[in-house]
Design a protein around this ligand. Structure first.
Ligand SMILES: *Cc1c(COP(=O)(O)O)cnc(C)c1O
Length: 366
């Protein structure tokens, strides 16, 4: 199969799905990434053959040879997105073709094959359809988190791009990120670790980036912080992003800034959506470098009014407190800012089909 050809999925329903009673119990308090649905998608790839054996089947362990390339050289990428129970009872996704395009950008950087965008989106549809009973009721902010991923499955220890890959999608019902109201987070500015260097893999959504961020995240926790903020790898002056979220600054003149996409920052779909929404709301929006020194000085002078992080999992998270080896400071008195919360509400309403959708971002599954 090549290019834009439509791929047919063989549907093999799980012969022993979780009972309705057990499912209801699991959905009552799913947390994040602990509960999984009854099915998964798998599609195989081999050089010379292309994508084949597309299936929706019972979620199960993936047998793996110990010499599978991914276990040694980390050729692996993923995506993260959500299916929402809409206000009218239907099911929606948010900009899934943007995830499909980014998946292929990540694949290219990791020397992996491209998956046709339509196959990516179709794979999500098939999984959502068969596991639709697992989508949490939207009333309390829950959703079905979808995790498409691909890895090198070839059994070979030579160092080169693998000849065989497995693409898969699993789904996990998740609760509201903030139960009991949005609370600003405290961030740790890491003096020791960087996330991505120019020419590296910072713009690819690959597992390796996350592996490299864990020591920094552990350091953040040791200092009583929730998340780590990475500075640029060259000068250690410019703010890049958090471990898995992009960052925005809101100033007293209503302008909004976020670091530019120079290859060391993951191009977040939430980031891009926030830029569009903020601009439409009349804010002057700038993609420009922001130094940590300016962050601190502008917070002290009051010019900087709000700082927030954004990504699919938490949508928008206010940053209230900033810690670094020599001290700490507060932004917006440690409270969620009004611009931050307005943008958050706008995005959430859009995603749930409760607001007008002038950009055609909301994708109906059914
Ligand atoms: C996924 C991710 C983001 C957020 O991207 P969204 O498309 O908004 O979910 C930000 N930074 C990193 C490092 C990421 O992996």
């Amino acid at each position: 199969m090549s290019g834009g050809d439509k791929i047919d999925f063989e549907i093999r329903p799980n012969p022993a799905p979780v009972s309705a009673t057990d499912r209801a119990a699991l959905l009552a308090n799913p947390g994040f990434g602990r509960v999984f649905t009854d099915h998964m998608v798998t599609i195989r790839y081999a050089d010379g053959k292309g994508w084949y054996d597309a299936r929706v089947e019972a979620r199960a362990p993936i047998p793996m040879d110990p010499a599978s390339a991914v276990l040694h050289y980390a050729q692996e990428i993923f995506e993260g997105m959500k299916a929402y129970r809409a206000a009218d009872g239907g099911v929606t996704m948010f900009r899934p073709y943007a995830n499909a395009a980014r998946f292929n950008t990540s694949a290219a950087r990791m020397a992996m094959p491209a998956l046709p965008e339509q196959t990516f989106v179709d794979s999500l549809h098939r999984l959502i359809e068969i596991d639709r009973e697992w989508i949490p009721d939207g009333a309390d902010g829950g959703s079905l988190y979808l995790r498409p991923f691909m890895f090198a499955s070839e059994v070979f220890l030579g160092v080169r791009p693998a000849n065989e890959y497995l693409y898969s999608v699993i789904a996990s019902p998740v609760g509201a990120y903030f139960s009991g109201g949005v609370k600003p987070v405290t961030v740790w500015v890491s003096p020791d670790y960087t996330r991505a260097a120019p020419g590296g893999t910072g713009a690819a959504k690959c597992g390796g980036n996350y592996a490299a961020s864990l020591a920094a995240q552990a350091e953040a926790l040791e200092h009583g912080c929730d998340q780590v903020v990475f500075l640029d790898a060259v000068e250690r002056r410019f703010v890049d992003e958090l471990g898995g979220m992009n960052v925005f600054f809101v100033y007293d003149d209503g302008s909004i800034a976020t670091p530019p996409l120079t290859g060391t920052i993951l191009p977040g779909i939430t980031r891009e959506s926030v830029l569009t929404l903020a601009s439409a709301a009349g804010h002057r929006v700038e993609e420009r470098p922001v130094t940590f020194d300016d962050w601190r000085a502008d917070a002290a002078s009051g010019r900087l009014r709000e700082v927030f992080a954004c990504g699919t999992a938490a949508v928008i998270t206010p940053i209230g407190q900033v810690r670094f080896p020599d001290g700490e400071f507060t932004v917006a008195g440690g409270e969620p800012g009004t611009v931050t919360m307005a943008l958050r509400q706008q995005l959430v309403d859009l995603q749930r089909g409760k607001a007008a959708d002038p950009h055609n971002w909301v994708h109906r599954v059914f």
